[in-house]
Design a protein around this ligand. Structure first.
Ligand SMILES: [Zn+2]
Ligand SMILES: [Zn+2]
Length: 330
């Protein structure tokens, strides 16, 4: 009898705590006066505990999501993000570490209460990917709707809507979203041979956030980052990746060694990123998609923080899954 009471009490406390965390998080993130970025996933394809590429941006009460790599949906819920309020998704490019969890993002947001067709913006290719997820999830949608009823889970909102845009010209940009003063523009980045591939600049009320996507240094990224309140960028520690290549070669793991060799030509180095952020006069620089995806402070400092700080005088935020960055009104 006593055990029963303790169990009930524990369960109630846990439910209350979660509920409170959800309400408080939604309240803080959907505030219209601040822009908040949540680095949901800060890893890339290299194996690590980090969730793959995914960034949530809360602007003027709108929840916008950029990329959805493996683990994104579960991490969003663990962080108590208001997934039912997800307004739109934006894709940078179609490496799987940027879209692997798109199906779950669509499905979970619907199950938890999304009642509009989820727009998924992306350069050419997104229609194919959304159609593929739709095909894979058709049975799942049907089962949920049949079990919970159409009132709780209306089938009409389960699917996402792919909104494909033509890639902007080399130095240009294209407007892809506009709602209540919030604008999102896409610009080309360079991550050969992956074409199309874009970064995004999000603006609202005199403030700007730029997402690099996966890229090397380019003049367009520099121009697009000018004066940004926050640049969220991909970054690679070239010497560390070279070391991993040598280590794998020595250990006879030729495949990984070759991959470590090949990937060094399509990501921006810590040194280049520091120079770019300084020249563009970016107010804050947040690092995501860390390669290699180390966690130890010593390695983070030596691979990323120190080489950037030697060139950039603004604020550096090394991203971990769940890092929040708040941009107050100018
Ligand atoms: Zn990537
Ligand atoms: Zn990529």
């Amino acid at each position: 009898m006593k055990t029963q009471k303790v169990r009930t009490l524990l369960a109630q406390t846990m439910i209350r705590r979660r509920q409170k965390a959800r309400v408080n998080t939604a309240k803080a993130l959907l505030r219209p006066d601040v822009i908040t970025a949540v680095l949901v996933g800060t890893g890339g394809p290299m194996p690590s505990a980090r969730v793959q590429s995914c960034t949530a941006l809360f602007v003027n009460g709108q929840f916008l999501l950029f990329d959805a790599g493996d683990g994104a949906a579960r991490r969003m819920e663990a962080l108590h993000l208001p997934v039912a309020q997800l307004q739109a998704v934006f894709m940078t490019h179609y490496h799987a570490d940027h879209f692997a969890d798109l199906g779950e993002v669509i499905d979970r947001s619907w199950i938890l209460g999304r009642r509009h067709r989820l727009p998924v913006h992306g350069p050419v290719g997104i229609a194919r990917i959304v159609a593929g997820f739709h095909q894979a999830y058709t049975l799942e949608y049907g089962y949920r709707a049949a079990h919970h009823g159409d009132e709780l889970m209306p089938l009409q909102w389960a699917e996402a809507q792919a909104l494909e845009f033509d890639s902007p010209a080399a130095s240009g940009s294209v407007s892809v979203y506009e709602r209540d003063g919030v604008t999102v523009t896409a610009f080309p980045v360079l991550h050969p041979p992956i074409v199309p591939n874009v970064g995004y600049r999000i603006e609202f009320d005199g403030r700007a956030v730029v997402l690099s996507g996966d890229t090397v240094f380019t003049d367009t990224l520099l121009q697009q980052s000018r004066g940004a309140d926050l640049l969220i960028s991909d970054v690679m520690a070239m010497d560390a990746v070279e070391q991993i290549e040598r280590g794998n070669q020595a250990g006879g793991n030729e495949t990984t060694a070759q991959i470590m060799h090949d990937i060094r030509d399509y990501h921006i180095s810590a040194e280049e990123l520091g120079s770019l952020a300084e020249e563009a006069q970016v107010k804050r620089l947040a690092l995501t998609h860390l390669s290699p995806p180390v966690e130890q402070r010593l390695l983070i400092n030596s691979y990323f923080k120190r080489p950037i700080a030697a060139r950039y005088t603004g604020k550096i935020v090394v991203g971990h899954d769940g890092t929040r960055i708040v941009i107050p009104r100018a």
